[in-house]
Design a protein around this ligand. Structure first.
Ligand code: ADP
Ligand code: MG
Ligand code: MG
Length: 899
């Protein structure tokens, strides 16, 4: 029979930090802290396995659980010297969620469980404070009715009308009528009356009594924590973070310690280093006479932990360091101990009860990309970690944020900010105001860039936070839920901008005499916490030396190549700066689009619309110099590095003139009528152009087009060689499905090579982007010297999903869990991945030294890069700005494979 309950505390600890899959992160680390001898209130963890079993039984506890819980409770009571549910000496507990990986605020916790008519008088006698007991009681009633009686029962109230909000309204009404500012101003009588009013409201709203039995409360609270795994918020967070549904959450039942026992008690949250900047300073917030949730919920402005990390918002408040120096020192020592033990930045929760310190949680802290980089480099030089570990400490996705836009400091100098808050998430963001999560999602889907503005940080908002470019809240501290989540995503975020007056109903936000409406523009500087009216200019974050240093270490562990997809010499130069080791995809057709393309496009159109072979040949000859120049410039920019040049790929009608003016121009050039040209354009029309006359098929029907391109490549190479350069072009044939296509084209290649430059070597290969080519890869490899997987088309044709038409259904596929992710963003390893694996295996069997790479969009996606590494690809190729991300992901994949 499975063991479902693991004890922790001074009286004995069953688990440790290694058991996070079974005990959840919180449970495993509580056990580990006990093993380290830190002051942790005793308790026990009910395993994630029990959670899975609970759901398997349709929401019922496994039979053996009750006895295990009784036994663990008995041992906890013994350690604490109190008894659960006892009239004289009652023990209270919390019931805390905790999954394998941290999901801040997404699941539930209930505090003060075990307070009821029977235990209240005993606790009053023991604590000597009636006020404290009723404060704890009203918190229990609020949390319990919300978590156990409403959410766990699947009741979905209208937004803002849930039981918690109803009870908070009662509280606010009392505070208002008595002119109180803080919750701590409430008197014993206020609290007693409130508790009665709460219970009446619960009966009225939910049709049930608040349970007055300690054991009933405990089993309700345990079940509700399990159920919170399948709460709406938790599910959408898992989707975003790619956390599997079957992990389940553990439940930690832990003896309560009270930060709200009076003015010699407090509660707080801290990071062993600054999670926004990475600075090596103990950083945190605390509140006197408060219970856990108060700091995070932003009910009062928390005080700073120490003097050196004070900021504008909390400078006037006393720090723990000056207020209670002994306790600060004890906490600081624990900070050092934990960092040395875990060799990483820790996010910790603590509570002080009557001047005694207790540890309630520790975990590796979430951090911004900037902080991740700085901490990795600092810890490396401190000797806390080695280079290999440093490389694994920055998420490949986080790098993106380091290369992200900032508000242009010049633009910032010229205007005054309209509001100021705490810099919770770095970088800059500029967008249109929305006031609800739903509005944010809708606007983002409609292609708008939005800033989500909220009164306070609410975990229900995850989807909206995800959709927004930036987040701004009026309340909350640096450790509030929004701040934690935004930081985890590297999203620009400002919290606690206290001067904002937000009216969600009216759709307005006012500050400093100015009113902003929904859809109005604002700009956030999340690094400084400043809010601006309107749209300020943004700039790219410049390369910083630390980043360069880090990337140099990264490359020491990387074995797979990283190239870039670049179509212009400018892109090639940027990509080189980002460390690209060549071009994996150079799309020649790019020269016919955009600025400066008019002349080349004119020649191409002549070719497309010509009616005789002679006319066509003349047009091709006129086009040749443009093609050669384009290729030569790019080869020069990438001198010494390989450049994979793809032969013309798109269907020709894409370039045919669509406008009357354009057609008139071509009529003149080809000496014919506009009607005639219009007719020729019309005849090029295809029903399914993506599967039509394109790619290698163009060269099969117009061999002189292929010839011209190959000649341009050889000539460009020859000329550059003569100039003392070292060009390394490779020729790639697109959209192939049969080796015959490659053979026919190869004949042209051989002929031109013999004619122009017999001594020059240019690799000849193909893009693999049609499933048939994967199936016949052994044949394709007889002629092709390299493969490059074009995973955009391979995904399109493998799924039968038109890339340009997925908007209507793909979202539903992902949200309904039919597909785990968008296969155009991350390689579908289960399906398309098999095609790739097969093609690599077959291709290499036919040609041992076959070079293989990937040049689809997914080449810059960390999970896809890891897959490419495992599949044995020689390189990945991605857009210039994703090159550092691919380099890091490739190095991390190599490190992981070693272990
Ligand atoms: P979350 O995962 O959302 O942080 P927690 O389980 O950590 O939820 O609990 C929420 C708050 O309650 C935290 O501030 C925590 O420190 C506090 N808390 C939880 N259990 C206890 C306890 N036994 N005694 C005192 N405070 C507690
Ligand atoms: Mg916590
Ligand atoms: Mg393609």
């Amino acid at each position: 029979m499975a063991k479902y309950v693991y004890l922790f505390g001074p009286g004995g600890t069953d688990g440790n930090a290694q058991e996070r899959n079974l005990l959840g992160g919180k449970g495993a680390n509580l056990a580990e802290m006990c093993l380290l001898g830190l002051p942790v209130p005793a308790g026990f963890t009910i395993t994630t396995q029990c959670c899975t079993e609970y759901f398997r039984l349709g929401g019922d506890f496994p039979e053996s659980l009750a006895a295990e819980v009784q036994e663990a409770l008995k041992r906890t009571e013994k350690t604490m010297g109190m008894k659960y549910g006892d009239a004289d000496n009652p023990l209270l507990v919390s019931s805390r969620s905790g999954a394998r990986s941290s999901m801040p605020g997404m699941m539930e916790t209930v505090l003060n469980v075990g307070l009821c008519t029977k235990t209240i008088p005993g606790l009053v006698r023991k604590s000597g404070s009636e006020r404290f007991v009723y404060d704890a009681y009203r918190r229990l009633i609020t949390m319990y009715s919300d978590v156990v009686m409403e959410k766990a029962e699947g009741i979905e109230p209208v937004e803002g009308q849930g039981i918690r909000q109803q009870l908070e309204k009662l509280l606010a009404a009392v505070k208002k009528s008595k002119k109180y500012k803080e919750d701590t101003d409430l008197t014993v009588d206020d609290l007693k009356q409130l508790c009665e009013a709460y219970k009446a409201k619960i009966k009225e709203m939910l049709g049930r009594d608040f349970p007055d039995d300690a054991m009933e409360q405990l089993s309700g609270a345990i079940g509700a924590v399990f159920k919170s795994w399948n709460g709406r918020r938790a599910i959408s967070y898992r989707r975003i973070e790619g956390i599997p549904d079957d992990w389940g959450t553990a439940v930690n039942v832990q003896s309560m310690v009270f930060g709200n026992m009076g003015d010699d008690s407090a509660t707080g949250v801290a990071f062993s280093r600054n999670p926004a900047t990475g600075e090596d300073k103990f950083y945190g917030e605390w509140l006197i006479n408060a219970q856990g949730e108060d700091v995070v919920a932003g009910i009062r402005t928390p005080s700073p932990l120490n003097e050196e990390t004070k900021n504008e918002q909390n400078r006037h408040l006393p720090s723990l360091e000056t207020e209670w120096p002994d306790l600060y020192k004890e906490l600081h020592d624990i900070r050092d101990k934990l960092e040395t033990h875990y060799t990483d930045m820790q996010d910790i929760e603590f509570t002080i009860q009557n001047k005694k310190l207790y540890m309630l949680q520790c975990r590796n802290g979430k951090r911004t990309g900037t902080a991740a980089l700085n901490m990795a480099m600092d810890m490396l030089s401190e000797g806390l970690i080695d280079e290999e570990t440093a490389v694994t400490r920055v998420g490949a996705d986080q790098l993106d944020e380091l290369l992200h836009p900032l508000v242009d400091p010049e633009a910032e100098k010229k205007v005054a900010s309209v509001a100021e808050g705490l810099p919770a998430g770095p970088g800059g963001a500029c967008g249109q105001i929305v006031f609800t999560s739903q509005e944010a999602v809708e606007a983002a889907n409609a292609g708008k860039t939005v800033i989500l503005v909220r009164e306070e940080t609410n975990p229900e908002d995850v989807e909206g936070m995800r959709a927004a470019e930036g987040i701004l809240t009026a309340r909350g501290g640096m450790t509030s839920h929004a701040a934690l989540v935004a930081r985890g995503w590297g999203k620009c975020c400002i919290v606690g901008a206290g001067e904002l007056k937000i009216d969600v109903q009216a759709g307005t936000m006012s500050v400093g005499g100015k009113t902003f409406k929904k859809d109005g523009y604002i700009t956030l500087n999340g690094t400084k916490g400043l809010v601006y009216d309107g749209q300020l200019a943004m700039i790219d974050a410049t390369e910083n030396p630390r980043f360069q240093e880090f990337m140099a270490i990264v490359d020491r562990f990387r074995t797979m190549g990283v190239r870039t997809n670049a179509d212009t010499p400018e892109d090639a130069k940027i990509a080189r700066q980002y460390g690209a080791e060549g071009i994996g995809l150079f799309r020649t057709e790019h020269m016919f689009y955009g600025k400066g393309s008019e002349d080349a496009l004119f020649q191409l159109r002549k070719m497309i619309l010509s009616s005789t072979d002679a006319e066509r040949q003349a047009a091709i000859d006129d086009l040749a110099p443009f093609v050669k120049k384009d290729i030569k410039d790019t080869l020069e920019a990438m001198d010494g590095l390989p450049v994979t040049i793809r032969l013309l790929d798109p269907p020709l009608h894409e370039f045919a003139p669509g406008t009357v003016e354009g057609q008139k121009e071509m009529a003149e050039a080809l000496d014919t009528t506009v009607e005639e040209i219009a007719g020729r354009v019309e005849s090029l029309h295809e029903v399914n152009p993506m599967m039509g006359h394109r790619g290698v098929r163009l060269g099969i029907t117009h061999p002189t087009l292929t010839e011209m391109q190959i000649r341009a490549i050889f000539e460009a190479m020859k000329e550059l060689r003569a100039e003392g350069k070292n060009p390394k072009p490779e020729i790639m044939v697109p959209v192939t499905c049969a080796v015959g296509e490659l053979d026919v084209t190869k004949k042209v290649y051989d002929r031109i090579k013999a004619e122009v430059a017999p001594s020059l070597d240019v690799h000849y290969g193909t893009m693999i982007e049609i499933p048939r080519a994967c199936l016949l890869a052994d044949k394709m490899a007889l002629t092709a010297e390299f493969f490059s997987f074009g995973t955009n088309d391979l995904t399109q044709m493998g799924f039968g999903f038109s890339r340009d038409d997925i908007g209507g259904f793909l979202g539903a596929y992902v949200s309904q869990g039919i597909l785990e992710a968008d296969p155009f963003q991350t390689i579908d390893q289960a399906g398309i991945g098999q095609l790739i694996e097969m093609a690599v295996e077959k291709g290499r069997a036919a040609r041992g030294n076959l070079k293989v790479g990937i040049c689809g969009e997914q080449g810059g996606d960390p999970a896809s890069v890891e897959f490419c590494f495992e599949t044995g690809l020689d390189y990945v190729s991605c857009s210039p700005y994703r090159v550092p991300i691919a380099r890091l992901a490739a190095a991390q994949a190599a490190i992981k494979a070693k272990k």
